[in-house]
Write a protein that binds this ligand. Sequence first.
Ligand SMILES: [Fe+2]
Length: 272
Amino acid sequence: MNRKTTFCLCAAAAVLSAAAYVTYENNALMLTQYEYRSEGVSEALDGFRAVHLSDVHGKRFGKKNSRLIKLISEQSPDIIVISGDLIDSRHPDPEAAYELVGGLAAIAPVYYVTGNHEESLPREVYISAMENISALGAHILDGDSEKFYYNGAEVNIAGFKDSRYFTVSEAKEFVADGAFNILINHRPQFAAGYAEAGFDLAFSGHAHGGQARLPFIGGVIAPDQFLFPKYYEGLHRFANGATVISRGLGNSLIPIRINNRPEVVAVTLRKG
Ligand SMILES: [Fe+2]
């Protein structure tokens, strides 16, 4: 083999390896598990389990999202929360959302808030999508809250549609005294404000994990937070509560993820 042939073979191998890596990074599901231990968690709520997904952007993992639904089912969640951008405004495919929500609603109660992408859909597409998602059994939280009981403990769950204009004072009105208060809100940059408003646990997305994650540095870029965002993944604790940020499952403007596999989050409450 001459030098030119060797170079071409090495270049082809490098391109194929890079393509295989990017394909894996964007399609291999990853489960992140957190235990949230707090004095705010009563004995009755110890063991309560929420699965959180965000920013699906119409992506399918297997036929009719079978891989994603199976992974979530295996977590035996008590509730499933979806923190927005289920439908992508650039390439709207509401059917993908219906397939997913239909599968999830058969596992556990689904609570859903819209993100900036649903809010950017043509009005008639948005209205039809919300009607269908609601008919499939999802609880769509749009500036309101609902209550349910777990082992006799009251849980209050609130949500706002795309939360660009979130304010602590407005959110406080949706906190219920004596209940464990959960908030779903698309944008993570208000993480501290969710706890300040009185929510024990909040779920956000939007940042796509910083799109690429650098070793020792973390996420590179996120909407609203720009370079090296503070809130792009993880469980962030504050004095009065915590916010869980999902890295999400799909892509939109930036079509690939690097060192940032599609993420399903499962949170188990523990009595502090
Ligand atoms: Fe998104």
